[in-house]
Design a protein around this ligand. Sequence first.
Ligand code: TXA
Ligand code: MG
Length: 340
Amino acid sequence: MNTRHITINSKADKEGILEVAEILKRGGIVAIPTETVYGLAANALDGAAVAKIFEAKGRPQDNPLIVHISNIEMAKPLVNEFTKSAKDLSDKFWPGPLTMILERTDLVPQEVSAGLNTVAIRYPKNEVAAAIIEASGLPLAAPSANLSGSPSPTTAEHCIKDLDGRVDAIVVSGDCEVGLESTVISLCGTPRLLRPGAVTVNQLREVLGEIEIDSAVLAEPEKNKPVASPGMKYKHYAPKTKVILVESGREEYISYVNSQNHEGVYALCFAEDVMGLEVPTVCYGHSDGSGQAEGLFAALRELDEKGAKIAYAHSPSLEGVGLAVYNRLIRAAAFCTIKL
Ligand code: TXA
Ligand code: MG
């Protein structure tokens, strides 16, 4: 397939936005920027179009998709009830990096819901994403625009690397501000955090009071047991490099990694660690948490490009957005951790 590259820098690039909207209306699939990660979009109401997403990504069929909207009215036909909790959260965090799971109507095709009686909905903040949804007049189903299993794409180049030749078009736009996928909360029954993101647990609690945290957020889901969010059970975000997560302070981390100084060993570390390390380094942000979310997925891809065999990753603090960084890293490491 010949993949068109369409540059859209802002919502003022009307020609590009209309071109993308036309492709989507005709049942095509297009990688588009959002504030979290790039998404691979299709008309959420067209099961055949959505099926092409699964094929292009190599995504397991039992993993449902998030539906993206550009105003709250678009959500209403898709859900049985836009609940009070949903309204309160949307008032505070939409448009933005928060996905809400609600009971769905029959309008949502089986390909989107993967057989569940719920649907995940998000109103993205990125103005190009919102303009594309608006111009197409369609809710857009969009998972992250990477090959299934590899790190999520935070730049147009990442999408081109993974999906060129597999999709109708890739929108070439700026890098994603947030850098990690949206927070996912289920509002069916007691509110339950399924995937941490830039909207933090404390921010959710300020609106909803107590919320549950699904066990898959911090630990490996048990094999053969149903999981609330199917995506959490797969080995995810994983580069070819074997990642080992090291939970420790700075001094212990540096001396441990230096003791493992063999061919192909890298440190996936904070900028502050570099001085003491004797192995090659790839940095993802700072030890105070800044830059970690934005830098993690690009750093995982960089390890592969450099041919790293093993990377010892310095574990983030679990405070605030750190919980989301940890949740992605522990999956990139296939739950292989060392506590010092
Ligand atoms: O930030 C994001 O959310 C990005 C951008 C493109 O919007 N999208 C994204 O989609 O991360 P994806 O498909 O890579 O991750 C969606 C996650 C998966 O873990 C999936 O299992 C879960 O949300 N999910 C989707 N619908 C669900 C549902 N009805 N019930 C439970 N989990 C659901
Ligand atoms: Mg994904």
